[in-house]
Ligand binder design. Sequence first.
Ligand SMILES: [Zn+2]
Length: 409
Amino acid sequence: MAISDSFHIYDTTLRDGAQQEGLNLSVHDKLTIARHLDELGVGFIEGGWPGANPKDTEFFKLAQTELKLKNATFVAFGATRRPNVKAADDALLRALQDSGAPAVTLVAKSHDRHVDLALKTHLDENLAMIRDSIHFLKAGGQRVFLDAEHFFDGYRSNPAYALEVVRVAAEAGADVVALCDTNGGMLPDELSQIVHDVLGKSYARLGIHCHNDTGCAIANSLAAVAAGATHVQGTLNGYGERTGNADLVSIIANLQLKKKQQVLPEGALHEAFRISHAVAEVTNVAPSQRQPYVGISAFAHKAGLHASAIKVDPALYQHEDPSSVGNDMRMLVSDMAGRASIELKSQELGVDIGTNKEVVTRVVERVKEMEAVALLRSCRCLIRASASRRVRWKTRTFLYCRIMGDRCR
Ligand SMILES: [Zn+2]
């Protein structure tokens, strides 16, 4: 099923995500990640800033021949023209036009203080820069989105001007104006109210771009969607500078599983776990075990009480079926484990001792002894040894565990 244009999942891992401290991507890495993102089924992949960064220029050149995207549209990122020059004379705008990307996202100032202090120009000239740049790229046949930088802080400072930026961009032909929480300081209630206000006062199609400095990037993105935004930007695994960008994996899973809004091609969400980890291999950033939905611990259970209920029905202690995102339920075995934990763990490990009460009791007791002195390293070895009558399991298990380490935990 082709994804409709009425709602956009827009990925900026290769541009904004690559700003993360310690994350460095080669051109080859970027091509590999783009293929994974396309496989996940995102609608747009922002590749970088051609013309401003030699590596990104090379990437866009190679992408034209090496990237055969089946789901996503490729997007080049850049800024509006410089103050007091014609759009056609701006080398960076021309590089966006020459990038071969069918769509361009232009970043523009929407906070009056930034126009004054950072851009060092007049408020009217900033509006002219937005208008001219959009006209220039649209005339060349590209689709244009506008990232309204520092929009929410700008709206607090001078709402009339921030709104004027949205109005001018929409009038000039921007398909989407993405409101950016660039400093990441917003909370969902106020952000949602502002999105609602802007929708009521303009006819622009709105998008949302959130950073995670308050720990609310995902919540803010969802609040904006609930208020009417139909284009949501984020990065895979929440990569990004400082505390990161909104994690697109969680946003997608929340929209599809909680809000019943189909935003990926049919069946693609099942690939989320695999693709999240495949991209982590490329970025060389250790995946967070506790990442919602796709973290290795996202559906791991330790408490004995939970295990007893899960044995009856896993849904009693899980908010979703882990297989919906390609993840698995895991039982963790510790001194808090009861009989149910051991039975479920033995099934998970393929050493099913579920019906043998004597062995289950022996394993439970042994786990508690070993955890007390922090010796339990491998549950599989312990269950195997406990199930065997021939081994002197007390010493043998200890030995197995030391030799095997964490390999078969
Ligand atoms: Zn950003």
